[in-house]
Design a protein around this ligand. Sequence first.
Ligand code: NAP
Length: 309
Amino acid sequence: MVEKVELGNTGLYVHPIGLGANKIGKEDKETNTDYGGEIINAAVKNGLNFIDTAYIYGKGLSEEIIGKTLKENMNRNDVILATKGAHRFEGDTMIVDNSPAFLTQTVDESLKRLQTDVIDLFYIHFPDEETPKYEAIGTLQQLKEAGKIRSIGVSNFSFEQLKEANQDGYIDVIQDEYNLINRKAETELFPYLSDNNISFIPYFPLASGLLAGKYKPDTIFSEKQKARPQFRDEVYFKHLEEVDKIRQIADNHDVDVAHIVLAFYLTRRPIDSVIPGARNSQQIADNLKAAEVRLTTEDIQIIEDIFPV
Ligand SMILES: NC(=O)c1ccc[n+]([C@@H]2O[C@H](COP(=O)([O-])OP(=O)(O)OC[C@H]3O[C@@H](n4cnc5c(N)ncnc54)[C@H](OP(=O)(O)O)[C@@H]3O)[C@@H](O)[C@H]2O)c1
């Protein structure tokens, strides 16, 4: 049984492997199935307790499906719910808004969709250009004191924006892109987070599947996948060779490449939990194995050499 870990200093205890829920809603609609319900039920049944969603994932649909599934099938206290807000629409135009009035409104709307009294972790999903960062975070602090959220996060803030946002020390969690292909966060951000007891949640941990070790030189990608930089010809082949080198470590531990990759992230000091997305319940159950992998110092050094910062 894997021990839950405290997310930074929040007092929230999460499984080291969480669930990224950005496919929930979109996938259900496209495939006309209960993808979201099945994924969440399988996740919680297998011991996962940390679900990461956002308003923008299906304009509230991911949150709605999560809220309904939790209400019908589980005890709310068994799950740690993280969501994000900052987007609103005027007609078809998407606006990023961190104003105190909008943040208060969007938290209230997320609470309704999630069918809960409190959101365990609420992130400002993207910074806007107008609102002073400390003011936006001050609003979340008031919502925390009012009992509507339990902890405060930000996502996609620059390092400078983060420091301004955290001037009162209210931030608990940062969520940004980080994976073996893109380890930039380790240079400047991670030391700041460790010094300030802020937890880091990496998004795109598997580089949209590329680091799961399942792709081959002749894999055919959709146009959408091909648009991502890591799937462009030479870059893609270079990454395939790098991923192949991880296979030896995976074989030594009798697990798959994805498990080694996720386990590596958990060796980084500010990372308490990772939130890979999953296409199906099988992938969820599979990814949970990563929490049981104990990488040796030598394994870690080999991985760092293959994927330098
Ligand atoms: N804060 C932000 O702005 C932001 C931005 C992006 C994402 N996120 C969060 O981060 C989460 C994760 O991002 P993501 O889902 O886009 O990328 P990801 O975790 O890097 O990749 C997920 C994909 O990896 C593949 N995969 C997962 N487990 C696997 C396994 N065991 N074996 C083989 N393949 C496996 C699946 O691809 P296939 O579909 O090909 O099988 C899955 O769809 C999101 O759900 C979201 O919660 C946040």
